[in-house]
Write a protein of this length. Sequence first.
Length: 306
Amino acid sequence: MHCAVIDIGSNTIRLCLYNWDGQQIQTLFSKKETVGLVGYVKNGTLSQKGIQSCINTLQAFKELAQNFKPDAFLVFATASLRNIENTDQALRQIKEATGIEVDVILGREEARLDFVGATQATDMSEGLLVDIGGGSIELVSFQNHVMQFATSIDVGSLSLFTKHVELFFPDKFERHEIKKEVKQKLMEIPELQNQSFHTICGVGGTIRNTGKLYNFAHSLGNTNRIYPASAVKDFLKRFKNPDKEALQFLLRVAPDRVHTIVPGMLALQVIIRYFGVQEIQVSPFGVREGYLFDRILKGGTPNAQS
């Protein structure tokens, strides 16, 4: 069974094609476009140019997916379309132009689907799942493989960049403001106050690309999915006043995240300190795979195969 899933995020729109044989899910194909929809939001409204950029990408991805003749074709949006005031207008225009009905999932539901997807591909039984996306951050605490609490906060790597950063990299004051906002959001979650977690189960662009940077810096293979929490502090120090070498380092590993990786890392550093995290374990699966499991494969016992 072949399934195509399109995830409309605040920073990127991604198409993934999966194969499901009744026991295992395997990623066959993945393509993304950095659209940066949150950058088109002004006064809470997604501009017509932003809607059109979304439409153009969805139409191209729909045509690409149809070449594979998938048995299922799913399209969903996260903070990109739920955190705007003209959601209905955007959905209507997308449907009229492409024929696609987009499922906009709520923040807590996104967190739950993150957990459903991510825990299929890791052996963690307890900890804190963190997904730092472009427009939101999802947090899920879990024990004995069971979700205890899930929530979403309405800040992300791209929205933090757009709101706080004037040039390309945040200066000292902008870094302070980013960390201050993220910490305030965490303090507003009573269910997670005074809790500590040794290990984060991480998904999303910021955490995955930080892992790639760590692997590249330490000459580790791409299969390594664990890095110390202290690596985030080290990278933030390295990118505080980035020279040519630091910029080349970023461009080699995460060229499409150059402007958002530091705001995302600052958010991650706040989370690390707030919960006393020592280690980060990256899951290759997240909300897309969770959405697929939940909407199509529910009832099975899938084993992840990335």
